[in-house]
Design a protein around this ligand. Structure first.
Ligand code: VGL
Ligand code: ZN
Length: 208
């Protein structure tokens, strides 16, 4: 059972959004090609889905500017611009993404007191989202992951997939992903590889 997990391909992370990732929109046609021709049995998407008072927002911390370091519930936290607020267009999937194909959408980041980069669990690892159980129930054996942003939500999701689904082969699709910081992207790819994930490109799937 092969599944594709699309991480946070939302307006907020594309040019024009509140937390834009350079070229974030360029992955949309690749994601659609993977959805349509990648031979997947299941298509899953995660959606960053914050209340407007989310504690990862710089606006919630006196004296903090976006991209400063701060604290959330006593832990270091990047202070983000307000983004992907529930019900806003910033939180919607990119309009060209083939959302009709989605079998399952995993929302995350709803608890204002903790951030959730991973689609599987909160950053403090105290609460799980239910996605790992869903994939196990579906009998998934191979999980390909791509999306936005490589150095944050994609990285954390890939690493959690390896940790939480020990019997599943996990692959990161590099060209179907974009990141916030180029150095962070390099470190993230090295960390995913060290964890045991395979690093592949969409051509490895589409040309197969
Ligand atoms: C993300 C920062 C804050 C992401 C989400 O999707 O990578 N990054 N919230
Ligand atoms: Zn977020």
């Amino acid at each position: 059972m092969k599944a594709l997990l699309l991480i946070d391909i939302q307006n907020g992370f594309c040019p024009g959004g509140n937390l834009p990732v350079a070229e974030g929109d360029r992955i949309v046609p690749i994601a659609n090609a993977l959805i349509e021709n990648g031979g997947y049995d299941l298509i899953i998407a995660s959606q960053d889905w914050h209340p407007e008072n989310h504690g990862s927002f710089a606006s919630q911390h006196a004296g903090k500017e976006p991209f400063d370091m701060g604290e959330l519930s006593g832990k270091p936290q990047v202070m983000w611009p307000d983004h992907c607020v529930q019900g806003t267009s910033d939180a919607q999937f990119h309009p060209d993404l083939n959302t009709d194909s989605f079998d399952y959408v995993q929302q995350k980041g709803e608890n204002p007191a903790v951030d959730s980069y991973s689609a599987f669990r909160d950053n403090d690892q105290a609460a799980v989202t239910g996605l790992a159980d869903y994939l196990t129930r579906q009998g998934v054996t191979c999980l390909d992951i791509c999306g936005l942003a490589t150095d944050y939500c994609v990285n954390f999701s890939v690493q959690d997939a390896v940790d939480m689904l020990p019997d599943v082969k996990v692959r990161f699709i590099e060209d179907a992903s974009r990141g916030i910081d180029p150095e962070g992207v390099k470190a993230a790819i090295a960390a995913m590889r060290a964890k045991g994930a395979d690093i592949i490109t969409s051509m490895d799937i589409l040309a197969a």
